[in-house]
Ligand binder design. Sequence first.
Ligand code: NDP
Length: 424
Amino acid sequence: MSRLMIIGCGGVASVAIQKCCQNSEVFDEIMIASRTVSKCDALKEKIVGQQQNSGKKTKITTEQIDADDVEALTVLIRSYQPEAVLNVALPYQDLTIMDACLEAGVHYIDTANYEAEDTDDPTWRAIYEERCKRLGFSAYFDYSWQWAYQERFEKAGLTALLGSGFDPGVTSVFTAYAQKHYFDEIHTIDILDCNGGDHGYPFATNFNPEINLREVSAPGSYWENGKWVEIPPMSIKREYEFAGVGKKDMYLLHHEEIEALAKNIPGVKRIRFFMTFGQSYLTHMKCLENVGMLSTTPVNFNGQEIVPIQFLKELLPDPASLGPRTVGKTNIGCIFTGIKNGKEKTLYIYNICDHQECYREVGSQAISYTTGVPAMIGAMMVVTGQWKRPGVFTTDEFDPDPYMEALNRWGLPWVVDENPVLVE
Ligand code: NDP
């Protein structure tokens, strides 16, 4: 029986919270703390209504919190005394929430690595530019900020579990599982993220637009022979036939789990990440980028400062509202090649998730679902002690078996294909 504090109440949080409440044997008490408390209250009301019929009985409290304020957050954590904090706010809050967890002495779980909100801040920029030169990729996000907390979490006897969503998260657990059960040495990893869903809008993003558009408009990069290779945005394209979805175009992107897997998988020679995009999405994105709407630099408009990408977020459909309209499936997984018992081996582990089934279960589309379920599972691994070790870790650094079992149980069953078509 555990008490969990969940920070954020957006698309992913809504699924993670409902899944924690379905899992009331583990999470008997939760606090939903977010910037807009009315969203927390509305979700609580919905879940309390559902619990009357289901016999589940997680006790839910809600609070308003600005997670950028370490002091206020520390006070709140101390007063609620959870075993762990699940951060499903935005990557901008990762460091302040980690600081508050250390102050208050509780474990920490998140779904995405730290990203600076203000990329024009000169102190941040100097560190970023040095890192671009040293490591060879220019994404705004990387693990160095959170890996820097290793010693402090270790000394405090606390666990920080980073990136327990689907990708990053499950994709790294798939890798640890392949390594444990199928390979002596993994040589290549291709992570394929396919969304075959259709929401009927000409343009919308499936999760937070600001984070999503920043990610996909950035240069791509992959890991090869011990170093990063960076390429112009969307310049490597492949076609792949996805089980449950069909043929899709996919593009090579930089993605955070590559960094962790390159460090943790011995002998790996190449790691790439591909995501599918339709032509309409790409055309809209290019146009928005060309006119400056993806910029994070504030502009003055009629005497008021606005950040173009934040204004764009206001105009776009709220990802949380896409649920009822989205039909089709996602297919996310990893293709591995390597060696077992001296022979070459290939393997594909993937999950197929249906947007409408997710909507029927929790009122969300599959992108929030495939992230929210692993967020709950990550928190469960930590609070039940199955993945509890002092320090800062990614999901490939623990025994994958209990996590893989939990994916099957909590709505994300996976498939193992030992004869996959490889990506060229
Ligand atoms: P949303 O924008 O839907 O939700 C974010 C929530 O965080 C909102 O409720 C927001 O409050 C709250 N929030 C923002 N700033 C603060 C703050 N300073 N203090 C307290 N609460 C705050 O985002 P998503 O649900 O789509 O994404 C959540 C996280 O999941 C992100 O980090 C995203 O990168 C990650 N993600 C990870 C994936 C993976 O596979 N690993 C895939 C998809 C997403 P308000 O309601 O007031 O806006």
